[in-house]
Design a protein around this ligand. Structure first.
Ligand code: GLY
Length: 359
C-alpha cells in the first residue's frame, strides 16, 4: 500500500493511499486505535460510505458507531460541533477513544475540532472522500468552524493520527467538486514542484477519467508537497502561508459570488489574477502565465468571469483574515514551482488583475 510519512515530531502520522476501504481497519490497528470509535460524517456521505466503513471496522473488532450531521457549509458551526460532542458522550467515548472523520472538508474540519476540544483533546483519523479534502484539508491539522460571517474563524491546530485516502470515492463526486479540488492540486504544482505541474499538464486525460494508478500517484505527490510545507511551518508563522496562493483574490471572488461558485473555481481565478500581477512585475514570463491558464483550462476551470465592479471585490478583499499588520498578503509566482510572499501589492495592480480575469 502506498504511504507517506508526515514528520511533525510527536504529532507525526502516515497518509495512506488506496482504491478501497479494505485496509482501513489494519491501518487503524497499526496506530493502536482503541476499541471505541465514533465515525463522524454528513448526511450525503452517510448514504454512500458510512455503512461500509462501520461494518468493516466492527468486523475487525471495533465498537464503531456512526454520527451524521446535516450536510452543507451553512452547518459548519458550533451547534454542529456540540452535536458531535453529544454523540461522543452518548457513545461513551473516553480520553483514549478516537473519532473517524469520514467525508469532505466540512466533516474533517468539524470532526477534527470536536476531537480537539472533547475531554481537552482526543485522537482522530481523517478519511477524506472529496478531492478538496484529499488534496488539502485532511493534511496539516487545521480544524474549525465558520462564525459571525467569517470562514474558519474559530478552530484549533489538531493533527490527525492517520489520513486514509481512498481515491475510489472520487467516482461519486459531482464534476464541479472534482474541478474545485483540482484547484488545490494545481496550486501545489505551481508553488513548489515544476515536475508535478508538468505531470498534471501531460496527464489530464488520465486524471479526468479517474484512472486509479494516476489518481494514487497524483494524491501521493500532491500530499507530499503539502506535508513538506506543513513539516517546515506547522502553525503558519511563515512558509505555510504560500499555500494561500490564489486565495487572496479567490476568497474575495467567492464572497462576491455569495459562495455560488466552488472554492476551487475561485482559487483558480485568484491564481490567474496573482500570476498576472507577477507577469506585470516581470517575475514570470507571459509564456508561464499562459501555461498556468492552459493547465487550469485543461481541467475545466473558467479562466474569465463576469466580476461585480472592482470596488465591490476589493472591499471583500479587505475582510481577508490573513492580513498582516492591516496589509493584504499576496503570494506571487516567480517561476513554475516557486513563489514569493509580499504585502506590497497596490490597489492598481489588483484592479488590473480584476480586469484581466473579468469579462
Ligand atoms: N489550506 C491551507 C493550509 O492548510 O494551510
Amino acid at each position: 500500500m502506498e504511504a507517506l510519512h508526515v514528520n511533525l515530531g510527536e504529532n507525526s502520522y502516515d497518509i495512506k493511499f488506496a482504491a478501497n476501504f479494505e485496509e482501513l481497519a489494519a491501518s487503524m490497528m497499526e496506530i493502536g486505535a482503541p476499541k471505541k470509535l465514533l465515525i463522524v460524517t454528513d448526511t450525503n456521505v452517510e448514504k454512500l460510505y458510512a455503512e461500509e466503513v462501520e461494518s468493516l471496522l466492527c468486523y475487525a473488532g471495533y465498537d464503531a458507531k456512526v454520527y451524521a450531521f446535516q450536510a452543507g457549509e451553512e452547518n459548519k458551526n458550533m451547534d454542529t460541533v456540540l452535536g458531535i460532542c453529544g454523540a461522543c458522550i452518548s457513545h461513551k467515548l473516553d480520553r483514549k477513544s478516537m473519532i473517524v472523520a469520514l467525508g469532505g472538508g466540512v466533516v474533517g474540519d468539524m470532526a477534527g475540532f470536536a476531537a480537539a476540544i472533547y475531554m481537552r483533546g482526543i485522537r482522530f483519523v481523517q478519511v477524506p472522500t472529496t478531492l478538496l479534502s484529499q488534496s488539502d484539508s485532511s493534511v496539516g491539522g487545521k480544524t474549525g468552524i465558520d462564525f459571525a460571517g467569517s470562514k474558519n474563524i474559530l478552530g484549533a491546530f489538531h493533527q490527525p493520527k492517520l489520513v486514509y485516502i481512498n481515491v475510489d470515492t472520487l467516482k461519486t463526486l459531482p464534476p464541479e467538486q472534482f474541478v474545485s479540488g483540482m484547484g488545490e492540486v494545481i496550486k501545489h504544482g505551481i508553488i513548489r514542484n515544476p515536475d508535478f505541474f508538468a505531470f498534471l499538464r501531460d496527464n489530464a486525460e488520465n486524471v479526468k477519467s479517474l484512472d486509479t494508478d494516476t489518481l494514487i500517484y497524483m494524491a501521493k505527490i500532491n500530499c507530499g508537497i503539502k506535508a513538506n510545507v506543513v513539516e517546515k511551518d506547522e502553525k503558519e508563522s511563515g512558509l505555510r502561508a504560500i499555500l494561500n496562493f490564489g486565495h487572496t483574490i479567490g476568497h474575495a471572488v467567492e464572497s462576491a459570488y455569495s459562495f455560488e461558485k466552488t472554492h476551487g473555481a475561485c482559487v483558480g481565478l485568484g491564481m490567474i489574477g496573482a500570476s498576472y500581477i507577477a507577469f506585470k512585475r516581470g517575475l514570470i514570463t507571459e509564456a508561464q502565465l499562459k501555461e498556468i491558464e492552459e493547465v487550469l483550462e485543461l481541467y475545466g476551470f473558467e479562466c474569465r468571469v463576469k466580476l461585480p465592479d472592482n470596488e465591490t471585490v476589493w472591499n471583500f478583499m479587505q475582510k481577508d483574515k490573513k492580513k498582516l499588520k492591516g496589509k493584504l498578503k499576496f503570494v506571487l509566482p516567480v517561476a513554475i514551482g516557486e513563489v514569493m510572499q509580499t504585502t506590497k501589492v497596490t490597489k492598481d495592480e489588483v484592479f488590473a488583475a480584476f480586469e484581466y480575469i473579468g469579462l
